[in-house]
Design a protein around this ligand. Structure first.
Ligand code: URA
Length: 431
């Protein structure tokens, strides 16, 4: 008979708990048999001692199975994408409908902003009527009809992770490769996926600042997901400047709409295609890149997006004229460059935090988000600016906040005289 003490004691000694013991622990987290103190000791044990590969897979499976696991009976592969979080990154809004237009189904269970990074659900909340908390019946209906639906996790998706994550947050045990892997993957696998692509971000706007840290996470995620039965690849991608030129919730919906309707191209378009092609490849669909490019250029992806928005309670004609529906900030001001020069570095985390302070993200869990605020027209690395030319536009609710954000933007952008070496968006593929 397993009990919490013996699982924790095994971890303390450096002995890997058996898959049965981890399954028992995950169930105990979900049904309350395991106390918060025991959950904290478990998290610290994993953090300090680590788990062998088989243990990480067993914990991921156990957390997935601690709640409801969706299954699907559809005429195409069920696929998804997960990102470790960045700034100006609204790829999900482009990628999900583009994959749907290529014949895949995307039941995307997403999260909210974390730290300086934005969250897909907060962005979708900028669309009037959109139900990020849709029930399972509606979620299934929209996935079947539109090919994609993006919602938040219901209480019965990986409940062991919900509990353990809250405990980790207050016990300094978030930064464990084993716990990060099992946490992210348990929720994704509970959505019943056949294939998954992971975007592990590296750079000033990412949680992982170095390629070495990101590489270790990428390897662990791929190995764990594949061993747990989901065909998975990782792209490690550059996050040393915002992906789209806008940061903030309504502003990023606008950026995604511009790509979906062919008004804009650039890194957001290119990364969406690169990630989507990996997901299709893992699901056995060849020539994904060409198919995705075509899905976006032809308007087929935008049509899927329109169906998803309407199916989840948003305006029927959102795609025709999205600017009519998105909120606009009261104060919109340019940030003038303090000098002339070439943009040699951008502190992405500082830009993300400036948006949080404008009210575009949360400082504490209970904060209400202002969907209209953020930054737009952010300069790109390597661009030449003359003194007084704009580095970005600040969108704020009040003048004082706009000025504070403008100072943060000016401090976050480094001007020099030598253009930085052009670097590809995708640093490495791990599969
Ligand atoms: N996101 C998650 O869902 N879990 C983690 O552990 C880290 C990021």
């Amino acid at each position: 008979m397993t009990d919490a003490r013996s699982v924790i004691a095994a971890l303390r000694r450096g002995d890997a708990p058996t898959p049965e013991a981890l399954a028992w622990f995950a169930q105990g987290l979900a049904d309350g048999t395991v106390s918060d103190a025991q959950a904290g000791a478990f998290a610290m044990g994993v953090c300090l001692r680590g788990l062998p590969d088989a243990g990480r897979v067993a914990l991921t499976r156990a957390m997935r199975d601690s709640g409801h696991v969706l299954d699907w009976d559809l005429d195409g592969p069920v696929v998804d994408k997960h990102s470790t979080g960045g700034i100006g990154d609204c790829t999900s809004l482009v990628l999900a409908p583009a994959l749907a237009a290529c014949g895949a189904y995307v039941p995307m269970i997403s999260g909210r902003g974390l730290g300086h990074t934005g969250g897909t659900l907060d962005k979708l909340d900028a669309i009037p009527g959109y139900a990020t908390a849709a029930d399972e019946a509606r979620f299934r209906r929209v996935v079947a009809d539109a090919g994609c639906a993006i919602v938040g996790a219901s209480a019965d998706i990986a409940p062991a992770d919900r509990r353990l994550y809250a405990v980790r947050d207050v016990t300094a045990t978030v930064e464990s490769l084993d716990l990060i892997c099992s946490s992210i993957l348990s929720k994704k696998l509970a959505a019943g996926l056949q294939a998954l692509v992971l975007d592990v971000k590296v750079g000033s706007g990412a949680f992982m600042k170095t390629a070495a840290d990101a590489g270790a996470l990428a390897r662990a995620m791929v190995d764990t997901a594949n061993a747990a039965g989901c065909a998975t690849a990782v792209l490690m991608t550059r996050m040393d400047e915002p992906l789209a030129p806008s940061l903030g919730n309504a502003l990023e919906v606008d950026a995604a709409m511009r790509v979906l309707t062919g008004v804009a191209t650039g890194p957001l378009h290119d990364l969406s295609v690169a990630l989507g092609a990996e997901a299709l490849d893992r699901a056995g669909i060849a020539e994904g890149e060409a198919k995705l490019r075509d899905a976006i250029a032809s308007g087929a992806a935008a049509e899927r997006f329109a169906r998803m928005i309407y199916g989840l309670g948003g305006p029927k004609d959102f795609v025709e004229d999205w600017t009519r529906f998105l909120p606009e900030a009261t104060v919109i001001e340019e940030v003038p460059a303090p000098d002339s020069g070439i943009v040699t570095a951008i502190d992405g985390e500082a830009l993300g935090l400036a948006v949080v302070r404008l009210g575009g993200g949360r400082q504490v869990e209970s904060d209400r988000i202002d969907p209209a605020v953020g930054l737009s027209d952010v300069v790109r690395l390597g661009a030449r600016v003359e003194r007084g030319q704009p580095l970005a536009k600040v969108h704020a609710a009040r003048e004082g906040q706009a000025q504070e954000a403008a100072r943060a933007v000016a401090a976050a952008v480094t001007l020099g005289d030598k253009a930085p070496k052009a670097a590809p968006l995708v640093i490495e593929r791990v599969a």
